[in-house]
Design a protein around this ligand. Structure first.
Ligand code: ADP
Ligand code: ZN
Ligand code: ZN
Length: 733
């Protein structure tokens, strides 16, 4: 009996819906701690999920753990509960969920020990004589940045300031190094002394703040406030209260919403340890940040979706900014929604949560309209800027140049001539969507996908945007050997080329995934724009998020029709969000902006509703449409996707899944499919999917719980892969 006491249950990072039993010497490693265990021929890092006295296997034959890594759990109790809950809700193997939640270095077995986080601050005792630094522009830049408050060495490096520059400044006694850990307490103690330039709240802001501070229940808050209505200011005031109580706060932002400008605004307000967590950081920085939050040394953490898995010593508030943003949903592996997990976490931690947006998702809006969330609204622009003028341009039969109508070109001429900037949106990267033969009509298609190549002229290559396959541009048509190869349609690259010819006096910059891949690249483009090095800004949707360019007075959305007639039922919602985002940011008080939308279907009802009645009205119309069609948020979906190099095993698998579902026979569960995506083959794999839909979330969960084990038990062709996506954001993708 004493021997059987030493069994632990371990979750391993394998795609299996079960845990594994091992023997362990006493005292047992605590639940939530890491162990190395033998697994087949390898050693795997696992997380202890249970202690037990019995195993379904012969206890004497259970293997013994190789090594215990932690003396205590890595997760606090609420975070642990959240992770167990999300593995269950998203039907994802617990071992993979727990691993996903850990910083990479901890997954690799690195000790959970803090290293110093190097920071720099101005030495206030030394007078800065700028003339001394005339010939050292980097040093001057560093001082300029540090004037707003201390910065991590890592953040200075992101701005192009390396250690030698800092060492030189330190040698002149102008700046001082310190370690975040040592300073944290002192920072927090002096919080109030350093609170700078907080404006008086206007009536709407004050009402919102009071509503949040005086709420008597745990319902989340949806803050629906037009762009510039002062939502961020409300966040800052809420954060102040939390910090004053000695608690910590988590602020989730979209992938590219975390800009140095935003960080500077927070840092300028609070002289407190404010840390960030985003994809541009290295593994060590991510671990140190994680540990600082766990130890209570970070006052505020601003991060993208995965920051939801950070442990806090004493969390007091969660804010999700731009809550509608699609980057909160993880689209591969563990397919969770960061906003939805944030709501669950707030409930478990019993802390308030504020979802903010000028264009709330229809899901959140519906929750607010039904009273499940507090609904707070702000309708006035705080900074006094005027809303942009809008122009719907009917481009039918107009002679377009690189996809731009003559009227828009003329408006561009006018705005550029007066020293303003112009921003154009086109959701198509590359030079042209396709390369085709003018003589026989042959189109260059990717051999691995049901898709055409995108022509990238700059590097003279054809690029498949679906599987990343790249090949050189052919010199002649493989069908008829004609050399008359031409492009069809316009991508950002070709548009940029056209703009350079049409507007030779002005510089154009492209912002899309092709030229923002490298770390820091996006940020350097954005600051060049702010310095007016470019006058014409051309981008895909990513340019719209969270950036404020006060001298952009004209915005053109070139291809509205693509979204109006897309197969995805969320495409119109996304277009409306893009439109409102750019319209809200164009111009400023002294320089009103203008937004031009080009469409072949200016009479489209939803488009008219958006332009005439604004997003709140449009969103409510959309909700009615969704309700009539029983689409989310009036129903709940899960998508089961499968793929394999050949179609046959996929079809066979889907038939058996259908049989399982039909045999189960739930009256309120509808099974749509099997369906094929618009692009059936991608990266050499045939794809099919089912949509499972149910009017109630809990019922859908109940069905999935019943069906998944049966599907998981099917023996499938070795080449077949399948996964489940609960609350999918893109169904066919
Ligand atoms: P949002 O987050 O809703 O887009 P912000 O909080 O960024 O809005 O506010 C927009 C602008 O208005 C900012 O320049 C901000 O400094 C300013 N602002 C916000 N609240 C006030 C206020 N109460 N008084 C004066 N200016 C304000
Ligand atoms: Zn040809
Ligand atoms: Zn391809």
């Amino acid at each position: 009996m004493t021997e059987s006491l030493s069994i632990i249950q371990v979750a391993l990072p394998v795609p299996l819906y079960r845990h594994f039993d091992y023997q362990s010497p006493q005292p047992l490693p605590p639940i939530g701690s890491r162990v190395f265990v033998p697994f087949g021929k390898q050693q795997l890092l696992g997380i202890v999920v249970g202690h037990t006295q019995e195993s379904e296997f012969d206890c004497a034959k259970l293997k013994i753990i190789s090594r215990q890594l932690d003396a205590e759990s890595l997760f606090n109790p609420t975070l642990w509960k959240l992770l167990l809950w999300s593995a269950d809700y998203y039907r994802h193997p617990l071992g993979e969920v727990l691993h996903h939640a850990l910083p990479v270095l901890l997954r690799q077995g690195e000790p959970a020990e803090r290293k110093p986080i190097p920071c720099w601050q101005l030495n206030n005792h030394t007078e800065i004589t700028e003339s001394k630094l005339k010939r050292a522009p980097r040093q001057l830049q560093a001082l300029e940045l540090l004037r707003d408050g201390p910065l991590l060495a890592a953040e200075l490096r992101e701005q192009g300031i390396d250690t030698p520059v800092l060492k030189q400044l330190a040698a002149k006694d102008l700046i001082l190094p310190f370690d975040l850990h040592l300073q944290a307490r002192e920072w927090l103690d002096h919080l109030l002394l350093h609170e700078n330039d907080a404006p008086y709240l206007n009536t709407e802001q004050a009402a919102v703040l009071a509503a949040i501070n005086h709420a008597h229940d745990q319902r989340p808050f949806l803050l629906e406030g037009v762009t510039g209505s002062g939502k961020t200011e409300v966040y800052l005031q809420l954060l102040r209260t939390v910090l004053m109580q000695g608690k910590q706060a988590l602020v989730l932002v979209p992938e590219i919403g975390l800009t140095p400008q935003l960080l500077r605004r927070f840092r300028r307000r609070f002289h407190a340890p404010i840390l960030t967590l985003h994809s541009g950081m290295n593994d060590r920085e991510r671990l140190d940040t994680w540990l600082a939050c766990k130890a209570g040394e970070a006052a505020i953490l601003i991060g993208t979706r995965s920051a939801i898995f950070t442990p806090f010593k004493q969390l007091g508030l969660i804010i999700v900014d731009e809550e509608h943003d699609t980057s909160f949903k993880q689209q591969e592996g563990f397919r969770y929604h960061g906003r939805d997990l944030a709501i669950m976490r707030a409930q478990l931690e019993q802390v308030p949560i504020v979802l903010g947006s000028a264009t709330p998702s229809l899901e959140s809006l519906q929750n607010a309209l039904q009273g499940r969330y507090h609904h707070l609204q702000m309708t006035q622009r705080a900074g006094g800027a005027k809303a942009a003028q809008q122009h719907l341009l009917d481009v039918k039969n107009l002679p377009l140049q690189a996809g731009i109508a003559p009227q828009l070109l003329q408006l561009m001429d006018e705005q550029l001539a007066t020293g303003n900037q112009v921003m154009l949106f086109l959701n198509r990267r590359g030079y042209a969507p396709a390369l085709l033969c003018h003589d026989c009509g042959w189109v260059a298609a990717c051999p691995h996908c049901d898709a055409y190549y995108t022509w990238h002229q700059q590097d003279r290559r054809l690029h498949c945007h679906h599987c990343d396959h790249i090949r050189p541009v052919p010199t002649q048509c493989p069908e008829c050997h004609s050399r008359n190869l031409v492009s069809s349609g316009v991508g950002t690259e070709q548009l940029a080329q056209f703009l350079e010819q049409r507007f030779p006096a002005y510089k154009t910059i492209r912002i899309d995934r092709d030229n923002t891949r490298r770390k820091g690249e996006l940020e350097s483009h954005l600051s060049a724009i702010r310095r007016h090095e470019y006058q014409i800004l051309l981008g895909t949707q990513m340019l719209a998020k969270g950036h404020h360019f006060p001298d952009v007075t004209l915005v053109g959305i070139l291809d509205v029709d693509g979204a109006l007639f897309a197969s995805d039922f969320r495409a119109t919602e996304r277009l409306a969000q893009l439109y409102v985002q750019v319209a809200g940011r164009a111009g400023r008080a002294s320089k009103p902006g203008m937004v031009v939308l080009q469409s072949h279907h200016p009479e489209h009802l939803l488009l008219q509703d958006l332009l005439n009645n604004g997003y709140p009205h449009f969103a409510r119309t959309c909700l009615q449409e969704r309700q009539a069609l029983s689409l989310p948020p009036f129903s709940y979906q899960a998508v089961l996707r499968a793929d394999a190099p050949n179609r046959e095993p996929v079809e066979h698998f889907m038939q058996r899944v259908a049989a399982i579902c039909q045999h189960y026979g739930a009256p309120d569960l509808s099974l749509l499919g099997p369906l094929t995506p618009v692009m059936e083959r991608r990266a050499g794999r045939h794809r099919m999917f089912f949509v499972l839909q149910c009017p109630q979330r809990m019922r859908l969960q109940h069905y999935l719980q019943q069906l998944l084990p049966a599907i998981d038990a099917l023996t499938v062709h070795h080449s077949l892969r399948w996964h489940l996506d609960v609350d999918p954001q893109e169904i066919a993708g």
